[in-house]
Design a protein around this ligand. Structure first.
Ligand SMILES: Nc1ncnc2c1ncn2[C@@H]1O[C@H](COP(=O)(O)OP(=O)(O)OP(=O)(O)O)[C@@H](O)[C@H]1O
Length: 231
């Protein structure tokens, strides 16, 4: 379980995130939506201890992320391409991850097989460096990397952005399967309401750093969100 308590992030005098209390249960597919600058990426960075909170705490399974290291072993994430090593090919990068997670070559083959359709023959087996791939293919590399090492928790920032419609559908299928088969918890931020309402059981709406709606996924939620973003 993730527990966020009195979490605040401030840059100079501007408070960009302020969340009193938010709990995300194990196995949940949690969607995070909000307009540009609402604080979605900031929240993900705080959960991953990539930036320091001005106040408050994030705990994952009881461990404060800024104090402990255990949570890192069970957490995967893809926020942006800066998380990758652009001077490697995807295969070379996956080999680095294989060693880091102490996986066998067979484990990696089985893992990457799950992305066979999604990769569409353009990720593995290529001699192109990650930095030279198209934006969509960089994203595919990062998404497969985020799921290395059997993570219990996976954070994905705008995973559908830059993917073609077929790949978006395949990604939704992958996320659903990973959640159902392995009980992984997903935190997904997206501007695309259709995708996020389709796969997430709960959606939180951020506005100027505040949680203004916390909804269980149903038809009513889709209508409420549609109205919010079209006002
Ligand atoms: N290093 C920084 N210094 C100053 N302000 C920052 C910094 N990083 C983020 N911010 C501000 O924090 C606010 C929240 O940004 P954040 O990137 O979390 O929003 P977001 O919801 O992910 O937006 P988008 O949908 O555009 O990606 C913005 O006003 C942004 O300008």
């Amino acid at each position: 379980m993730i527990e966020i308590i009195n979490l605040k992030k401030q840059y100079h005098s501007e408070v960009v995130l302020n969340i009193d209390n938010l709990q995300i249960q194990t196995g949940e597919c949690f969607g995070l939506v909000g307009n540009n600058g609402a604080g979605k990426t900031t929240l993900f960075r705080l959960i991953l201890d990539m930036i320091k909170a001005t106040a408050g705490s994030v705990t994952i399974n009881g461990e404060n992320v800024s104090l402990g290291e255990e949570w890192k072993k069970r957490t995967g994430a893809y926020l942006d391409e800066y998380m990758l090593l652009g001077y490697l090919t995807p295969d070379e990068y996956f080999e680095v991850l294989r060693k880091f997670y102490r996986l066998s070559k067979e484990d990696v083959r089985i893992h990457l097989d799950r992305f066979f359709d999604f990769f569409n023959g353009e990720i593995t087996g290529t001699s192109k460096y990650i930095r030279d791939l198209s934006k969509g293919n960089i994203k595919k590399t990062g998404l497969a990397a985020a799921l290395f090492g059997n993570p219990g928790l996976v954070l994905l920032d705008e995973p559908f952005e830059n993917l073609d419609p077929t790949s978006q559908t395949r990604l939704k299928r992958i996320i659903r399967r990973e959640q159902e088969e392995f009980g992984r918890t997903f935190l997904i931020s997206s501007h695309d309401l259709n995708h996020v309402t389709e796969i997430c059981s709960r959606i939180v709406l951020l506005e100027k750093g505040l949680v203004i709606k916390d909804m269980k996924s149903d038809e009513q939620m889709a209508v409420e969100l549609e109205n919010y973003f079209n006002q």
